[in-house]
Write a protein that binds this ligand. Structure first.
Ligand SMILES: C[S@@+](CC[C@H](N)C(=O)[O-])C[C@H]1O[C@@H](n2cnc3c(N)ncnc32)[C@H](O)[C@@H]1O
Length: 327
């Protein structure tokens, strides 16, 4: 799989899990606090019939917020929402024809090649999305599909924000879990011995096996280290991994070696996908210079009004907000 296909696959799986947005553990409901107020302010002037494009929509957190703020489908503008991933937001499947007539999701569409005519949209929005694309092409595409003088509103990752710091930490921890001689390889080595505990003869042979004792000792050492790392960590991710491994080890004598290996492999794939998404988040976060450059390009120098601010949620830095053009 190429890097792009891996990225698409990883996000597709993430959204198929049903999360409404990509900070699933960090927010209650659909983007509360200052992020929600930012968007409500952006949505307020929209009229029925206006056209809005949401770039890198995921499971449609922004269209959902727009629908919630409008109350009725009749008051909705026309919304097109695109994403590179194979998205099919579960909440959208349950919407009536009145909503579906005005809101359309387009899966497998890259921000770098938008399938819309020039000068189509009154507003282009994106939340933690546009910065993931190749900006040298996607910014030109945004400018192409905007009507003259129309607006752009974005929330993008900030290089020093909480999600980016958590992302960096998660990348380090996943690398530690997967490294050769790390906890996951040690768990894999222990599984055949745990599987033998399923019969009395197997259990007796494991008791006498020095390789089993060595494998158990190494696994326990790494589990103790995981516990310490989890205690000092900000998110739940390490504690969840610890719990998943503990449950796997406990279930292996009854489940057998093959089933346990399959389950461990599923956990490894989940970790690798998470690593990919978190590494991308860190890589695409913008510092003050980069966000200024992005804003200037979208504002085409000084020809449009440009406003860039830091977004804080409950005293934590969560990103940059950019507003370009009318409003
Ligand atoms: C952090 S998620 C944000 C999703 C959503 N806007 C939200 O706020 O929940 C980033 C999204 O960008 C999408 N993405 C990455 N590169 C893209 C590209 N070049 N074109 C379109 N979407 C892209 C991913 O598939 C993923 O769904």
């Amino acid at each position: 799989m190429s890097g792009n296909e891996q990225r698409r696959d990883s996000w597709s799986r993430y959204w198929q899990g049903g999360a409404l947005h990509s900070c699933a553990g960090s927010f209650e409901g659909n983007y509360a606090d200052s992020i929600g107020s930012f968007w409500r302010g952006i949505f307020e002037p929209l009229k029925a019939g206006d056209r809005v494009l949401d770039i890198a929509t995921g499971n449609g957190a922004l269209p959902r917020l727009l629908l919630d703020t409008r109350g009725t489908a009749a008051a909705l503008p026309e919304i097109d929402a695109i994403d590179l991933a194979a998205i099919a937001p579960p909440w959208y499947q349950a919407c009536g024809a009145d909503v579906r007539d005005r809101l359309r999701f387009h899966a497998g569409v890259a921000a770098e090649a938008l399938p819309f005519a020039d000068a189509s949209f009154d507003l282009v929005i994106s939340q933690y999305g546009l910065e993931y694309s190749d900006l040298s092409n996607s910014v030109a595409e945004v400018l192409r599909v905007l009507k003259p003088g129309a607006a752009v509103a974005l929330i993008v990752h900030h290089a020093e924000s909480l999600p980016v710091r958590l992302g960096r930490a998660e990348c380090r921890e996943i690398a530690w879990l997967l490294q050769s001689g790390g906890l996951i390889p040690r768990a894999r080595r222990l599984l055949p011995f745990l599987a033998r505990l399923g019969t009395p003869e197997g259990a007796a042979s494991v008791q006498r096996d020095p390789d089993a004792a060595k494998a158990r000792q190494r696994y326990n050492e790494s589990m103790r280290e995981l516990q310490q790392r989890a205690a000092g960590a900000a998110g739940d991710f390490l504690a969840e991994t610890q719990q998943a491994l503990g449950q796997l080890a406990a279930a292996t004598p009854a489940a057998g070696q093959r089933a346990a290996e399959t389950q461990l492999q599923a956990l490894v794939e989940q970790l690798e996908q998470s690593l990919l998404r978190q590494a991308e988040l860190v890589e695409h976060a913008l510092d003050a210079d980069a966000v200024q450059k992005l804003g200037q390009r979208l504002a085409q120098g000084d020809s449009q009004r440009l406003e860039i601010t830091e977004i804080h949620v409950r005293d934590e830095l969560f990103g940059w907000s950019l507003r370009v053009g009318a409003q």
